[in-house]
Each structure stands twice: as structure tokens, then as C-alpha cells.
Design a binder for this molecule. Structure first.
Ligand code: SF4
Length: 167
């Protein structure tokens, strides 16, 4: 039987949840032997458009490009797991939902007209069906591996809760 295919994607985030996975060290190597990791840029696997059994997605949807990407990831993945507070709830960047976006952009960027931001920063579940949400900021690598092991054993994913932003 072919090894399950896994992808790790990143949207608007700090990379901390991916680092938690990288910090698994030998356990990550053992995982890589049990599955076929098709895309995980921080670990050196690059195939953004791979069709996979499970996609792990870190980060919130903060730009129109993020929204396009998460729809494409969803279309190419049998199961989609939202990893960490950014993916499950919008994360700290969703605080901007409480303010004036144009004013925020003007304070942060010297050329805000070059920045294409979505009107709101939102969790994945506001854009696509999510099969499982893993809370935490960051998540722990062990938590992600345990969830993967359950899904790969055929456990039904718990339904994602209703979309929640930090706003
Ligand atoms: Fe970083 Fe926390 Fe978002 Fe993970 S949930 S990507 S650690 S800000």
C-alpha cells in the first residue's frame, strides 16, 4: 500500500507551529519514513501543488492570495487540518479586524498602496471546510504527530467548530 501523502502549508503566520514540527528531530525523521511528505518548505520538501491525503495548514487568511491558496489546498487534500491559533482563530494578526485597516497599513508600511490585504483576517474555516483543528500558539509537535497518527489509523476527524475570529 502506498504511504499516505502529507503536505504542510503556511499562510499568514510566524512559522512557530512549523518550527514545533521541525523541533521533533528524530520523531520527524520517523514520521518521514512512515508517510510521504510532499510539501514542507521549511524542511526542504517543495511541491506546493501536490495532491495529498492530509494537508496541515499553519496561518490565517489575511490576503486575497491567501484565500486563493487555501481553496487550492482544500481542493488537493482529502483531509485538511488547521494547525495553531492563526489557522483556527485568526491569530494575533486578526486584532486588525478591530481597527481601521487603511490606518493600520499606513502606520506599518511606507507604501500601503502596494499591500493587498483582505478586509478581515480570518481562520481557515471561514473559507473552506476544515476536518480538524489543533489549538495552541504554538502547537506542540507531539500534538500534531498524535493527530496525524489518529487520522492515518482511520479515526474520524472531529468536526471543526464554527468559524471564530479573534475580533
Ligand atoms: Fe506562530 Fe502562534 Fe500562529 Fe503558530 S499559532 S504560527 S506559533 S503565531
Amino acid at each position: 500500500m502506498a504511504a499516505p501523502r502529507i503536505a504542510v502549508h503556511k499562510l499568514a503566520s510566524c512559522d512557530g507551529c512549523q518550527l514545533a514540527l521541525l523541533n521533533l528531530g528524530e520523531d520527524l525523521l520517523a514520521l518521514a519514513e512512515a508517510v510521504e511528505i510532499r510539501h514542507f518548505v521549511e524542511a526542504g520538501w517543495v511541491d506546493e501543488e501536490a495532491e495529498v491525503d492530509i494537508a496541515l495548514v499553519e496561518g490565517a487568511v489575511s490576503t486575497p492570495h491567501d484565500a486563493e491558496r487555501i481553496r487550492a489546498v482544500r481542493a488537493r487534500s482529502r483531509l485538511l487540518v488547521a494547525v495553531g491559533a492563526c489557522a483556527t482563530a485568526g491569530g494575533v494578526q486578526a486584532l486588525r479586524n478591530e481597527g481601521d485597516l487603511d490606518a493600520w497599513l499606513g502606520r506599518v508600511y511606507p507604501h500601503p498602496e502596494w499591500v493587498e490585504a483582505a478586509p478581515r483576517c480570518e481562520p481557515l474555516s471561514a473559507h473552506v471546510p476544515v476536518d480538524l483543528e489543533l489549538p495552541g500558539c504554538p502547537v506542540s509537535g507531539a500534538q500534531v504527530v498524535a493527530a496525524l497518527a489518529s487520522l492515518l489509523r482511520g479515526a474520524a476527524p472531529a468536526p471543526a467548530r464554527d468559524a471564530v475570529c479573534m475580533a
